[in-house]
Design a protein around this ligand. Structure first.
Ligand SMILES: [Zn+2]
Length: 136
C-alpha cells in the first residue's frame, strides 16, 4: 500500500460517496428517483431526464466482461502486460477497470465472462474497485 506509484483518485463532492463506499468494500451507484435510470459515474443530476432527484445505492458487485485491450507497453507504475477492461455491471452502467486474479491473456479473458468486484486499498482513504472472475 505504501509503494503505490500510479495516479491516486481525488474525491470530489460528486464522487465522495463512491469512494467512501469503496473504502467499506461497497460499490456505490446512483439511481434516478424520477425515471429509475442507473447512473455512473456519479453526478448531481440524471443524464436521462435532468432531474436532480438522484440517490445512491450499493450495487451487487456482479458484472460481465464487455471489452478490453491488453497493454503490452510498460508505463510508470504499471507492470505490462495488463488488461484495461470495460465491464458491464448487472445494474447496467459500464465501468473502466482492471481484471485481477486472472491471466492477462486473450485465452483467459473471455468476453461476457462473469466477474465480481473486489477492492484494492491503495491509501488510507482510497480503495480501488477491480474485478475478478466470479466464484473464485
Ligand atoms: Zn432520470
Amino acid at each position: 500500500m505504501a509503494d503505490y506509484k500510479k495516479p491516486i483518485p481525488i474525491p470530489t463532492p460528486e464522487t465522495q460517496d463512491f469512494w467512501d463506499g469503496a473504502k467499506r468494500e461497497e460499490l456505490r451507484l446512483q439511481k434516478c428517483d424520477a425515471c429509475s435510470a442507473v447512473i455512473f459515474p456519479p453526478r448531481p443530476f440524471c443524464p436521462s431526464c435532468s432531474t436532480r432527484e438522484v440517490s445512491s445505492f450499493t450495487a451487487s458487485g456482479q458484472a460481465r466482461l464487455y471489452s478490453y485491450v491488453i497493454n503490452e507497453r510498460p508505463a510508470p507504475g504499471f507492470d505490462a502486460p495488463y488488461a484495461i477492461a470495460i465491464v458491464e455491471l448487472d445494474e447496467g452502467p459500464r465501468m473502466m477497470t482492471n481484471i485481477v486474479n486472472c491471466e492477462q491473456t486473450p485465452e483467459a479473458l473471455v468476453l461476457d465472462m462473469p466477474l465480481e468486484v473486489i477492492f484494492e486499498p491503495i491509501t488510507e482513504e482510497i480503495s480501488l474497485p477491480k474485478f475478478q472472475p466470479a466464484g473464485d
